[in-house]
Every structure is written in C-alpha cells, then in structure tokens.
Design a protein. Sequence first.
Length: 128
Amino acid sequence: MPDPEKSIEITEILKDIEKTTHFKKLPIEMKNMIKNSIEESMKIRFPISTFKENNEWIATTPLIDICAQGETEKEAIESIIEMIDDYMSDPCTKKPNIETIIQVKTQNIPINLPIDKIPINTPISKEC
C-alpha cells in the first residue's frame, strides 16, 4: 500500500497543478487526461497467476503467501485484489518493498515432464 504521506503529497501536487494558469486554460478533456495519467502512473502492477483447479479458479501471487478462489477467473482476480489490499494495509504484516514488486518478472519455462506416465483427464497433483 502506498505511504499515506506520499498519497497526501500526490493530492497536494494535483491541487497545485490545477491552480496554474496554463492548466486552467486547458479544455476539460485535457485536464481529465492529465489527472488520470498522474493517478494511473501511481499504480503499481502486482504480479498474479491464475489457473483452474477442480472446477474453480485460483489466483495467487509470488510476492506474498496468499491465494484466492472464485467460480470464474474474474471472481478469483477480484478476490485476490481485495486480499492483497487487505494484506498491504495491515500494519502487522511484513510487506515486500516497492523495488521488489517492480522488479518481479514472471516467465513460462519449458520442463520435461513424463507425459507418458500422466493419465489423461487426471489431476497432476495427488496425495503421497
């Protein structure tokens, strides 16, 4: 979650921009575009993965140990967004720093699986 003090600074910066003579002369559409661009640039992209398992969708993130589920992929994503927000807002939880979040890359890598030993239409995971 963004630092509340920085959020206040951004709000103050937007107010200062709105007071300038040049900004006041702009058409309303341009003003809205500038405000939206500033607000959008403050959002941080948080990596998540989604997959379907046992007729429900799962959403998870590599940065913190949480996952969410839903009947649809959209529901799972909405749920994990709420959980990430709660997690990052909780003052008692350890959080990754912003630099770590920004640097995370997700990749699909090729792995040789023993396909001939995995029965078709059977879940890959099983209890051992």
